[in-house]
Each structure stands twice: as structure tokens, then as C-alpha cells.
Design a protein around this ligand. Sequence first.
Ligand SMILES: [Zn+2]
Ligand SMILES: [Zn+2]
Length: 200
Amino acid sequence: MKAMILKRFAPIDQNPLDLVDLPIPEPDSDEILLRIKVCGVCHTDLHTIEGELPEVKLLIIPGHQVVGVVEKVGKNTSRFKEGDRLGVAWLYSACGKCAFCRRENENLCENARFTGYHVNGGYAEYIVIPEKFAYLIPEIFSDEKAAPLLCAGIIGYRALCLSEIKPGQRLGLYGFGASAHVAIQVAVHWGCEVYVFTRS
Ligand SMILES: [Zn+2]
Ligand SMILES: [Zn+2]
């Protein structure tokens, strides 16, 4: 398969990703293989590529807002079938045993693995993913519109919920990146009056 791989950290304007040919990965018994249709670009991917984050495992294929179609299922999986359209997000897997996982806060797992960071991500033709951490994409979304929901959307919607904003109330967004671009659409749909605060 073709993949864009990071071999060494460098500023984005030096085009640090290399186009390479790799074997198509084989799904383990609890994993599924997706043929990737699109993958979004998140600012965390840029931080990863520029070497601003700890513990990045080189060589790595970045990208963690992945939409793809199931090509092959592991023998112990049951949630999905060939042809299903799924999403892959930043959280690639969690241990299932630590205190956070036991409280269903696996986003805080002490042994979490992240997509395109600890394990290969979506700037490629195929990806393997534990079936537990894949999401069925509703038909209403095109591939391109679903992809940003898998990181920016998850974070923005969670923040909106934590703010306890009610329809019609006033909302302040501090900073206006990818998450806020999605959250503002939900807030406007809810009839909120929205204010954005940015350095510019
Ligand atoms: Zn992200
Ligand atoms: Zn855990």
C-alpha cells in the first residue's frame, strides 16, 4: 500500500512526510482492516510531525481522523462486517484495566495508545484498528464531512456538553481552531448567541 511516513521530525514547510510502499497490514484476531477513503489533518498531527510531542514512535504514519471501509475482519470480532464504513479517532486503544478505564474514562487511560502517534494512522491506503475503538459512520455524512468529527468534533462537542450551555443561552468560545469551527455550528443550531475570543 502507499503511505505517507514520518522518518524524522522537521518543520511542516520542509515537507517531512515521505511517500513509501508498505505491505498491507494484517488484522489481529480482535482487529479490523479498513481501506481508507479520507483522513483529516489535525493540529496535533502537525505537532507530531514537527517533534513537539514526547514519545512519538518513529517511523510512523500520522493522521487520526480516518474514514474507511471494512476490508477484512479479525476472527474474534463481531461488531462490523465487510463494507461497513467506519471512523478511527485519536484514541486507538486503552488497557481496560486501570482506574480510569474501569470508570469508563478510557480517554484518560494510563496505557492508552494514540492513532498516528504510537501506532500507524490514516495517511495511507489501509489501517488496522481494534474493533472496540472503531465507530460506524451514519449515512447522512459524506466521508469528508465525517472525518473532522473524529477529533475536532469529539473534543468540541464534549466541551460544549461540559459547559452545560442550554439552547438560547450565550456562549463564549476561547480560541477558534478546528474544534470551535465544529462546536459553533452546533451552538448556532441550538439557537445560542455565540462570541469568539482570539488573539487576532
Ligand atoms: Zn486531533
Ligand atoms: Zn486503562
